[in-house]
Design a binder for this molecule. Structure first.
Ligand code: SF4
Ligand code: SF4
Length: 373
């Protein structure tokens, strides 16, 4: 990805980014605090960002706590992924109206809204690229996803804080964003200086940057920015050897660890809901009580439900053991056969938001430690 020489934005410059994107017709969404978590929602100004907050994350634990500075992007990742905008949890596909003996089928309109994502992390850019392959890379392109995806303007943020459950360094997906963005920010907080190093990587990014008050970055600014990312890379909460995972897991489909994890797993599906790459859905039809209107909706589904693998006569994966093994081996092994990359980007969400703290990195360590060689 070709990037221009970096520039420096002050706080006023960053504020003007919101106005510039709005002027260009984007709906601006980014991190904000709601229900004691950092979520992605509409934002209009710097004041909407989680200034001075960070997240403490561990297996089954997430808390927002105050930082001792005024960082705007001083947290790792929250419970939501950007897939909630590109691949929403509920998508109506069509509806049908009955009038007398006639039925009129009305396909759902393709979305025309253009979104600007503020604060996208490197692991999340990798997750978006994975979902691009799923929805756009095969013979059957999803028209709703394509319309949303084509309109997106991405402002990435190179991570300045590693979460307690992050392991992007192991997965080679961060903490520095390398592709998939229009603009990228590094937040520099040093002594009483609070500025952003900004890089433009596309024509759309250059056009927006040209509207913002900025100055050229100095060599010292570059050193400060590089130090931010290096510090984050050195502070990963987790690590997981990933180079041999497909072979390791394929060799261990009957490992006793699957029984161990099944005894703890609630099969609640939280891990799939928060995962930025999970994409499985089901379709449901509904009609009003008078039978005049019918609709077909697609909604997120999970391989942890019994219904997900239900064929006539029963579920293929009836046990928790079978369902956890399906999820983990798909993420880390068969995804590679299917899509050419791992299905895990090391964001740590499935660890943080598992109610019993099951940790995909710990499960891999356990299998590796006792696997027959
Ligand atoms: S691993 Fe955790 S989050 Fe996933 S289904 Fe089991 S209990 Fe739920
Ligand atoms: S499997 Fe877990 S760590 Fe990997 S991308 Fe999904 S939520 Fe993130």
């Amino acid at each position: 990805m070709q990037k221009d020489a970096p520039a420096i934005l002050t706080m006023e410059g960053l504020q003007s980014l919101f106005a510039a994107l709005t002027r260009q017709g984007y709906r601006v969404v980014g991190p904000t605090i709601r229900d004691q978590a950092i979520v992605y929602d509409d934002i209009a100004a710097i004041a909407d960002l989680p200034r001075g907050w960070t997240d403490e994350q561990e297996g089954g634990r997430y808390r927002l706590v105050r930082r001792d500075d005024a960082a705007l992007f001083g947290y790792a990742v929250g419970p939501q992924a950007w897939k909630k905008f590109l691949h929403p949890p509920l998508q109506r596909l069509w509806r049908a109206e009955h009038a007398g003996n006639d039925v009129r089928v009305i396909p759902e309109a393709i979305p025309a809204e253009r979104l600007a994502f503020i604060g996208v992390r490197s692991c999340e850019l990798h997750a978006i690229a994975i979902q691009d392959r799923v929805f756009l890379g095969g013979a059957h392109v999803d028209p709703h996803y394509r319309a949303r995806r084509e309109g997106v303007f991405v402002v990435a943020v190179h991570c300045g804080t590693a979460g307690g459950t992050c392991f992007c360094v192991s997965m080679n997906t961060g903490p520095r964003a390398t592709a998939g963005f229009d603009l990228a920010l590094t937040e520099i907080l040093r002594d009483d200086r609070h500025v952003f190093l900004i890089e433009a990587a596309t024509d759309a990014g250059r056009a927006v940057l040209a509207e913002l008050p900025h100055r050229a970055a100095t060599a010292a600014d570059g050193v400060d920015a590089a130090a931010v990312v290096a510090r984050t890379a050195a502070a990963m909460g987790r690590a997981m050897r990933a180079d041999d995972l497909p072979e390791l897991l394929r060799r261990n489909l009957e490992h006793p660890r699957w029984d161990d994890v099944a005894a703890r797993c609630l099969t609640c599906g939280n891990c799939t809901m928060v995962c930025p790459t999970c994409f499985c859905t089901t379709v449901e039809d509904s009609s009003d009580l008078a039978g005049r209107e019918t609709a077909r909706e697609r909604r997120w589904d999970s391989c942890f439900t019994m219904d997900f693998s239900y064929l006539h006569g029963g579920s293929v994966r009836a046990s928790a053991r079978a369902r956890y093994r399906q999820w983990m081996t798909h993420k880390l092994a068969t995804w590679v056969d299917q899509f050419g990359s791992s299905g895990c980007v090391g964001c740590g969400r499935c660890i943080t938001w598992c109610p019993v703290g099951i940790d995909i990195t710990e499960e891999v360590h356990a299998i590796r430690a006792s696997a027959p060689q």
